[in-house]
Design a protein around this ligand. Structure first.
Ligand SMILES: C[S@@+](CC[C@H](N)C(=O)[O-])C[C@H]1O[C@@H](n2cnc3c(N)ncnc32)[C@H](O)[C@@H]1O
Length: 322
């Protein structure tokens, strides 16, 4: 470019005032557009050899390997992303929904996902009919938005365990929107009661309303607070002497410490069933290690799938032997 801007006669024989005149004329014809052009003109005025000018062909050559390696890198990254998306489709769909679509849905509807679920249930379920509440939540989970209820597939396994165990007092760790509470609550015998611990105030309120729609408010109580604070108070503050079944479905790293807290607090009796969700996905390895290697528990694994997905998951039943 420098060469085209500055015709050869400007550089070769131009000296003194003639040179200045020539430059003025050239500048009028080809005004500089960039710093490099200005630089080229300055260099020419000092009569430096043309070879020292940063030529266009030189920069084209030094740019292209850079561009090539960038293109290779970007293509590689895209291919890797596509491969991961294909290999872990379930997780990819999950993150796509939870991280990309969810904020958009929330913004458009002006509601949280849990509020949308409750609204849907109010519009589609029959008040006082727990089964219709479960069906409405499952339909929403399959057709509208994924949500972390235990779901119908693992739910049917829970129903079977409830029918075999026939618990009178059930403790649940993690209520969310009240789906599993309604699921277990509907199978409680007369006089039976379910206590569900939930530390998120908004989820506790949604659960309470869900339980009301299902008509199970006399059978289910939501205890609002963190499990690690409530479990040690179960006997004294909540007058729960022993529990026949515990459903563990809160944050996975709390399964093991809360199991130990339950043992220490003395609410487990011989035959109390601990039923743990998500032992494969996302997984609870320390809890599984503990109950499976302890003489105090007898364990059974129930393979299943992640709620509203085809990914592998399982429930673990650990019966406390005293
Ligand atoms: C997977 S969801 C529960 C789903 C519910 N059991 C169902 O199937 O419908 C987990 C819930 O546990 C609650 N949670 C997590 N850790 C907790 C803790 N330490 N104490 C009380 N609640 C907790 C979360 O706020 C969340 O609502």
């Amino acid at each position: 470019m420098a060469k085209t801007l500055i015709p050869p006669f400007c550089v070769s024989g131009a000296t003194g005032s003639r040179k200045e005149r020539l430059i003025t004329r050239t500048s009028a014809l080809f005004p500089p557009h960039s710093a490099s052009q200005t630089q080229a003109r300055t260099v020419a005025t000092t009569s430096e050899p043309l070879a020292s000018l940063p030529s266009a062909s030189k920069s084209r050559h030094s740019l292209s390997p850079m561009l090539e390696s960038q293109t290779i890198l970007i293509t590689g990254a895209l291919l890797l992303l596509l491969f991961l998306a294909w290999k872990y489709k379930g997780l990819f769909v999950f993150f796509w929904h939870e991280c990309i679509l969810l904020p958009v849905f929330n913004f458009i509807s002006g509601m949280s996902k849990e509020e949308r679920i409750l609204n849907w249930v109010k519009q589609n379920a029959v008040v006082g009919n727990p089964q219709s509440v479960l069906e409405a939540i499952d339909k929403y989970g399959y057709e509208k938005e994924w949500a972390m209820h235990v779901g119908d597939v693992k739910g049917r396994i829970m129903d079977k365990i409830m029918e075999e165990t026939k618990p009178k007092i059930v403790l649940e760790l993690g209520a969310y929107c009240g789906y599993s509470a309604v699921r277990m609550g509907r199978l409680l015998p007369p006089g039976g009661h379910l206590f569900s611990i939930e530390f998120n105030q908004k989820f506790a309120d949604i659960s309470q309303q869900m339980i009301q729609v299902a008509g199970l408010q006399d059978k289910i109580s939501i205890l609002n607070g963190p499990s690690q604070e409530i479990i040690p108070q179960l006997k004294k503050k909540y007058e729960i002497n022993t529990v026949d079944m515990v459903f563990l479905d809160h944050w996975k790293e709390r399964y093991l410490p809360d199991t130990k807290l339950l043992e220490e607090s003395g609410v487990l009796h011989k035959g109390t069933v601990l039923l743990a969700d998500n032992v494969i996905c996302p997984g609870t390895p320390d809890f599984l290690d503990y109950v499976r290697n302890s003489k105090r528990y007898e364990c059974t694994n129930y393979p299943a799938t992640v709620e509203y997905m085809r990914m592998h998951d399982a429930l673990e039943k650990a019966v406390f032997l005293g």
